[in-house]
Design a protein around this ligand. Structure first.
Ligand code: GLN
Length: 403
């Protein structure tokens, strides 16, 4: 399949961006544990997965690295599905911190961590994953991550050991969370689980499939498996948008406009809802702990192809493809004389609207306004929906209210 895709424009584009940025050596690899410090800093992979499951890859997209903080939104999603939003939100907020990913800051009175994308919030979220033992709970996390990636993932034992042996700052955070009852039992097993989830190995391709699953509103576009419910996807993409790139999140969403998550292993995944998932792997990090070339790839793609999610919103006016009265309809079909007569006398009081595209809240609002205006001059309104792809439930309520 890869060979067939190699001549396609998107493949050429990814290869060109890869070639353009390949020589950039800015940034430093994470060095807080020996396993990360030893990673080849020149590794560089890009992958893009469409919602019909096409995989485009460039460079070192098949190289394994640890998922690190890209795990955080996935565990947040799992906690939401296991515990429900109310319980999860009692243990973690959804406000950006403006602080570093490992900052020791909790909400002043409640002691609740600010959001699930910084370590404090992620450890509190991991603490909510159900199961009798750490092994059982990790199995649930691993199964969940594997369903996102569409293949069985495993953990890098050496990275896990090092994370656990040296993670004193995370340990301090966990004990602080215990103090405020954000973790309700001994914090060590929860911490252990957090270190394990950070040490799961993925490729850049895996991250792009995970991102595409989120872009596909929760169903893996390759396996078809529903990994997360649409309601939870919405919550997860929201915190990725506001907090996914730590204290660079504001600039990121302003410039790139895609919900995203980075990890100190060098991975970044970005989601264009309804369109595709994108991932970059490049281990040199900036001072915020985000991959330098990862950001550059996403910026280049977003700039050149207007991927900013707020660009995707189109006006509703082109949803009406044509408007005419029924007397103007010609047909090769032989009509009964009775019908012919009916059309002749009443045809000009019957207005036909040919609609196209998606009937979302904005487009439906426009259609209802148009139709209400036409009601005065017409005895019958016909909505031709043959070219409508999707009718949003909320939008259908709107049309019921008005007509
Ligand atoms: N294991 C890392 C930590 O907890 C993950 C941080 C990250 O990827 N930003 O410090």
């Amino acid at each position: 399949m890869q060979d067939q895709l190699s001549g396609l424009p998107v493949q050429q584009l990814l290869d060109r961006i890869h070639a353009d940025l390949n020589a950039d050596q800015a940034g430093e690899v994470a060095d807080y544990i020996p396993e990360l410090a030893a990673v080849d800093p020149d590794l560089f992979g890009i992958a893009l997965v469409t919602l019909d499951g096409k995989v485009y890859q460039s460079g070192d997209s098949r190289h394994l690295f640890t998922i690190q903080s890209v795990s955080k939104p996935l565990t947040f999603g799992l906690a939401l599905s296991e515990q429900g939003a109310a319980t999860v939100e009692r243990h973690v907020g959804v406000e950006p911190t403006g602080d570093a990913f490992n900052s020791i800051s909790l909400e002043p009175h409640s002691g609740r961590p600010m959001n699930p994308m910084v370590n404090a919030g992620a450890i509190a979220t991991t603490g909510l994953i159900k199961g009798a033992t750490v092994t059982e709970r990790f199995q649930r996390i691993l199964e969940c991550f594997s369903a996102y990636a569409g293949r069985p993932l495993t953990m890098n034992e050496a990275v896990y050991r090092s994370e656990k042996d040296t993670g004193h700052r995370n340990r301090a955070i966990a004990h602080l969370l215990r103090n405020f009852d954000m973790l309700t039992e001994d914090p060590e097993p929860d911490l252990d689980l957090y270190f394990r989830q950070c040490s799961v190995e993925v490729t850049c391709r895996d991250l792009a499939v995970i991102a595409a699953t989120l872009a596909n509103y929760g169903a893996n576009p390759i396996t078809g498996v529903e990994v997360i419910k649409l309601n939870d996807v919405e919550k997860l993409l929201s915190v990725m948008s506001s907090c996914g790139m730590y204290d660079y999140s504001g600039r990121w969403i302003y410039d790139v406009g895609l919900p995203a998550k980075s990890g100190v292993g060098g991975g970044i995944m970005a989601v264009l809802p309804g369109q595709f998932g994108l991932a970059v792997f490049s281990p040199r990090l900036d001072r915020w702990g985000n991959s330098v070339r990862g950001i550059q790839v996403c910026e280049a793609l977003s700039r050149n192809f207007h991927l900013h999610m707020f660009r995707g919103l189109r006006s509703g006016s082109n949803v009406i493809r044509a408007k005419y009265d029924a007397s103007m309809i010609s047909s090769r079909r032989n009509r009964l004389p009775r019908i012919e007569k009916l059309l002749e006398t009443h045809g000009n009081q019957t207005t036909v609207y040919e609609l196209q595209g998606d009937l979302l809240i904005g487009t439906t609002e426009y259609v209802t306004r148009e139709v209400i205006r036409a009601i005065d001059q017409s005895s019958t309104i016909v909505l031709d929906l043959r070219r409508v792809m999707e009718i949003d439930l909320a939008a259908s309520q709107l049309s019921l209210i008005h007509i």
